[in-house]
Design a protein around this ligand. Structure first.
Ligand code: FES
Ligand code: FES
Length: 225
């Protein structure tokens, strides 16, 4: 009898239930295996990435190369200075942090505002975007070179008289850009004055007074003032 019952065909719904249960059971096992495999793969990938990052941070010559300094000789405002600097040090950092010439301002530190303008062989440059090592052998002029003792340069005097500054952070940069212009031409036009200041930004918006001051300085210099 038992044998006969075993041989009876099962109800189709039972067959479905059984196969579904089996299917789900299999699915669960498969998912667990997949999960184990994938978490193992993720861990392995992470390990590989970490190892790669560590390798790329290690310089070929070892730590000494990254921390090394080189002798850098700069000719600033007529004086020669030899400094021990890392090759990555900018001219701006060398001037401010190593020579104490803080008249040159750091504002954006990425070559877009002009506050750090100095003259390199007479040409205005953003000192935040020039490496100190690359400024060797060149004549560097900063805003500190302009006044002679208590006597202000005509540009500085004109900025004071025309109240051409508010916070003053942009001022040394504007003055050095204008100095480069006046060193080239003694009678610049208003348009040339504006063009000379094209690389300088004044966030306080004192442009009109700056241009007035520049033209006033031109007149003053022509009179020998
Ligand atoms: S600080 Fe150099 S351009 Fe702004
Ligand atoms: S005076 Fe403030 S940015 Fe020019």
């Amino acid at each position: 009898m038992d044998d006969e019952r075993e041989k009876l065909p099962q109800h189709p719904s039972q067959e479905v239930d059984t196969s579904r249960r089996q299917f789900l059971r299999n699915l669960g096992v498969t998912a667990a295996i997949a999960s184990l495999l994938s978490s193992g793969a993720i861990l392995e990938e992470r390990r590989a990435k970490r190892a790669q990052a560590q390798t790329s941070q290690t310089p070929p010559g070892g730590e000494t190369t990254l921390r090394g300094t080189v002798a850098v000789t700069l000719q600033v405002n007529g004086k020669q200075h030899t400094l021990q600097l890392e090759p990555r040090v900018t001219l701006l950092d060398a001037l401010r942090d190593h020579l104490g010439l803080t008249g040159t301002k750091r504002v954006c530190d990425r070559g877009s505002c002009g506050a750090c303008t100095v003259l390199l062989d007479g040409k205005p440059v953003y000192s935040c975007s020039v490496l100190a090592v690359d400024a060797q052998g060149k004549k560097i002029e900063t805003v500190e070179s302009l006044a002679q003792g208590e006597q202000l340069h005509p540009l500085q005097q004109a900025f004071v008289e025309h109240d051409a500054l508010m916070c003053g952070f942009c001022t040394p940069g504007f003055i050095m850009s204008l100095k480069a212009l006046l060193d080239k031409t003694s009678q610049p036009t208003p348009q040339q004055v504006k063009e000379a200041c094209a690389g300088n930004i004044c966030r306080c918006g004192t442009y009109n007074r700056i241009f007035e001051a520049a033209l006033s300085a031109v007149q003053s210099m022509r009179r020998g003032g």
